[in-house]
Design a binder for this molecule. Structure first.
Ligand code: 5GP
Length: 238
């Protein structure tokens, strides 16, 4: 499958049309941004690493019965996916307090949450992705009740699958962001990516950060952290 025309360029990916109107090619870039685009940089090899890492997660989720946009990885940076009409609601799942929840609730980073927490954010660069609740979603008709019920159910299932898979690799899944969209068949699919750009991964023993927080917080060894995640995912164990 060949790229025909660039449909969209995001912060970390480019999307191309293909000869199949139901499918697009996602090209992962090395560009990195944080704080709603205020901090910009490049992470060497990130495109290749995230394309591979995300494909591994999406294959796992497909095997476990989660409907995703993945068709196949085409080459080091390019992945063929179903074309989705992205629902403008970002879903964040949290298992351990870090980032914005630690700040909002005054929790020490690393505090285990007694139950997984699901949060919604309005996907809007202009507004800086504000947190919203279900009533905002219905008022703005961002998704229907049936779609949102499906999204919530999938998000908790995905969390369970990933927590278990990663625990076996010596990685704590602190939190992560998901995006969903509607396929040309009208069904809800998991879209976007699952990678160190969109998740917080901590080494289970040392609690070392193995994700984009190394870039956000200038902690160094950014590429090494992404490589470490891929190595552990590809290995049989940690
Ligand atoms: P927080 O709300 O603590 O900043 O982020 C929670 C989790 O969601 C983190 O794993 C973070 O990487 C992810 N996340 C939330 N919003 C975004 C976003 O707009 N882009 C990316 N790449 N990740 C996000």
């Amino acid at each position: 499958m060949e790229k025909i025309e660039m449909l969209y360029e995001g912060k970390a990916k480019k999307i191309y049309s293909t000869e199949d109107t139901d499918k697009v090619i996602v090209e992962y870039k090395d560009d990195a941004t944080a704080f709603n685009g205020e901090k910009k940089g490049q992470i060497s090899e990130k495109g290749k690493l995230n394309a591979k890492i995300s494909t591994i997660f999406f294959e796992l989720l497909e095997q476990k019965g989660i409907p995703t946009h993945l068709v196949e990885q085409l080459n080091e940076t390019d992945v063929l996916t179903k074309k989705l009409d992205i629902i403008l609601v970002e879903v964040v799942m949290r298992n351990i307090a870090a980032g914005s929840i630690a700040k909002r609730l005054g929790l020490e980073e690393g505090t285990e949450l007694k139950k997984p927490v699901l949060e919604f954010y309005y996907k809007s660069d202009e507004l800086g992705d504000p947190m919203i609740n279900e009533y905002h979603i219905y008022a703005e008709e961002l998704a229907s009740k049936a779609e949102l019920d499906t999204i919530k159910d999938l998000a908790f299932k995905i969390n369970e699958i990933l927590v278990e898979f990663l625990a076996d690799k010596g990685i704590d899944l602190v939190d992560f962001k998901l995006e969903f969209g509607k396929g040309t068949d009208g069904k809800v699919y998991l879209g976007d990516e699952i990678s160190p750009d969109t998740c917080r991964f901590w080494d289970s023993k040392t609690k070392k950060k193995l994700d984009k927080d190394r870039f956000r917080r200038d902690l160094g060894e950014v590429e090494g952290a992404y490589q470490e995640i891929l190595k552990r995912l590809e290995g049989s164990n940690s």
